[in-house]
Design a protein around this ligand. Sequence first.
Ligand code: MD6
Ligand code: FE
Length: 216
Amino acid sequence: MMDLFEKLEPTEPVSEMLAEGAMLLRGEALAFDGELLAAVEDITGRSPFRHLVTPGGYPMSVAMTNCGAVGWVSDRTGYRYDPEDPLHGRAWPPMPDCFRALAAQAAARAGYPNFAPDACLVNRYVPGARLTLHQDRNERDFASPIVSVSLGLPATFQFGGLKRNDPVKRYALRHGDVAVWGGPSRLRFHGVSELKAGDHPLLGAVRINLTFRHAR
Ligand code: MD6
Ligand code: FE
């Protein structure tokens, strides 16, 4: 009996609209999780996770890599999309079919039927890692949404407004959740709070986030 009640979480796993143009699709990636994680292994075998340095000179606590035609990078010269992985000067690994399929399916469900990402930033969080409030504005195309997939340990997503000091709402992002972000919400400030310790059955003490963009 107790088990039954514990499974009912009245305020949780329901998909919701975060704001106009922004949707949180609970569990949207669950059917793909094994395939997605195998593809992440393959990507990081060719372009390993690394801690990029901010233009100000600080290493980021989140480790990153990319797949697709271009990849997001940061260094002392600024932020940019680069067709080459600066670690070795070769192209980023191609975007796996399961990535593309999930991103297109989620975008369509959120009201963006023709999403064709050319970049996927892969983020790895370990306990203590965080992403400060920012806007995603290095893409040439703000007409396309961003699709963001959460795998592994849960994290607290901070979702603000169009100005840095606008009030921030907080949402738990769990394994399999997908956030889609576009239209009037495309340039909202957002961030991820310090990851808490935990042990996920598939990933252990790690959270992986995939963010798909149409960058160029
Ligand atoms: C993360 N996500 O969830 C980082 N950006 O690890 C993002 O920075 C992000 O989730 C744009 C839209 C959705 C996101
Ligand atoms: Fe972002």
